[in-house]
Design a protein around this ligand. Structure first.
Ligand code: SF4
Length: 384
């Protein structure tokens, strides 16, 4: 059994002021009455789940968590502290959209205990922001960032998206320069992936916008990583870069075989080798919590093989690679003997490196991460 390490606490806030045309997250339009009921429900859920376990991160994700009042965020943090043994120096992150915050609200979030803000910026070009259906401009994002600094935040992250409709390399460079000019401690860079019925697909078809060919998207990704590293951030995961000592401690739990407890509609949890998730609908979630009915939609134990394979392929997302020997020892499995045959093609192709007890993707390997990681799935080995 893995030794228990401090939990990460995740709180899902399922409200947005408007819905972006590419978004496939669990969210709905902001509704003040439902929001008030949700806050009470999530507090109650945390209170009921509390078992005094050690935790060292709290992450408000969404949705748009910055749509909650600072006092509501503060009340949820207090609930976490009462229900779990939250470390004094815990990382407490709030995802925020630039147009939802002011210097005063950021100051208030900080006073309530938030010490890290992750801004969804996505682009520093207004034309791209409009195409995505974002409610803010590049200038508004810059102002939100400056307000966060003025409010005293010294741990800020910015999200960018690449492979946007009509985006060229020069456009992307503009956004990368815009990000670096602000000097955040952390950046996340994602390729825009359009799910089959995304409204943005129709908009793109009507307007004649298209995404660059796949090869160009790969070039854009490589260029983004190189440029951001030249700017002083270090890539530590397929989509994430950070200044020294500023990796997202919460998200690291997902990549290092950690444990987390999720609260709110659709939130996932993994503890003691059991995985479960809550019902997704906010009204249904709120109703069930109020009525004292079960809110878990699905729950299953993770077998040794599944837990091991997940630890391996999630760990492979890290730039430093996955310590496969250490993980194998934890699960009582000789990883190299079990998987070497399946991993050999990726190593031969220069996508994967085996060194000093670790397996590590090269940058080209990161572009084909899913294919490489498949070596750890559906193995017919005898590990049970
Ligand atoms: S703000 Fe984020 S969660 Fe909300 S609709 Fe847009 S992409 Fe989705």
């Amino acid at each position: 059994m893995p030794s228990p390490s401090p939990l990460g606490l995740y709180v899902h806030v399922p409200f947005c002021a408007s819905i972006c045309g590419y978004c496939n997250f669990n969210r709905g339009l902001f509704d003040p009455a439902l929001k008030a009921a949700y806050v009470e429900a999530v507090r109650l859920e945390i209170r009921r789940a509390g078992d005094g376990a050690a935790a060292d991160t709290i992450y408000f994700g969404g949705g748009t968590p910055s749509l909650l009042e600072p006092t509501e965020i503060g009340a949820i943090i207090q609930e976490c502290r009462a229900a779990f043994e939250v470390a004094p120096g815990a990382e407490i992150t709030l995802e925020a959209n630039p147009e939802t915050v002011s210097r005063a609200s950021l100051l208030a979030f900080r006073e309530q205990g938030v010490n890290r803000i992750s801004f969804g910026v996505q682009s520093f070009r207004d034309e791209e922001l409009q195409r995505l259906g974002r409610a803010h401009s590049a200038e508004r994002a810059r102002r939100a960032f400056a307000d966060a600094r003025a409010a005293g935040f010294d741990n800020l992250s910015l999200d960018l998206m690449l492979w946007l409709p009509g985006q060229t390399r020069a456009h992307l460079e503009e956004s990368l320069d815009g990000l670096l000019a602000l000097g955040p401690e952390h950046a996340s860079v994602y390729l825009l992936e359009l799910y089959p019925n995304a409204p943005l697909r129709d908009t793109m078809a009507r307007a004649g916008w298209s995404q660059a060919p796949d090869d160009d998207a790969a070039d854009m990704y490589l260029m983004a990583m190189e440029r951001l590293e030249e700017g002083g951030l270090e890539q530590y995961e397929i989509s994430n870069l950070a200044a020294p000592g500023r990796r997202c401690r919460h998200n690291m739990k997902y990549w290092t075989d950690g444990e987390w407890a999720g609260f709110g509609p659709g939130a996932h949890s993994t503890r003691h080798r059991v995985r479960w998730n809550n019902v997704c609908g906010t009204s249904e979630y709120t109703r069930r919590v109020e009525a004292g009915e079960p809110i878990v939609a699905a729950c299953r134990p993770l077998g040794t093989r599944e837990a091991l394979e997940e630890a391996l392929f999630m760990g492979l997302r890290l730039s430093e690679g996955v310590p496969y020997e250490e993980i194998g020892a934890r699960y009582g499995v000789d990883v190299w003997t079990t998987y070497s045959e399946r991993l050999a093609p990726a190593i031969d192709a220069g996508l994967l490196i085996r060194q000093a007890g670790r397996l590590r993707l090269t940058r080209p390997g990161m572009l084909m991460a899913n294919e490489v990681m498949a070596a750890f799935l559906r193995t017919d080995s005898t590990v049970e």
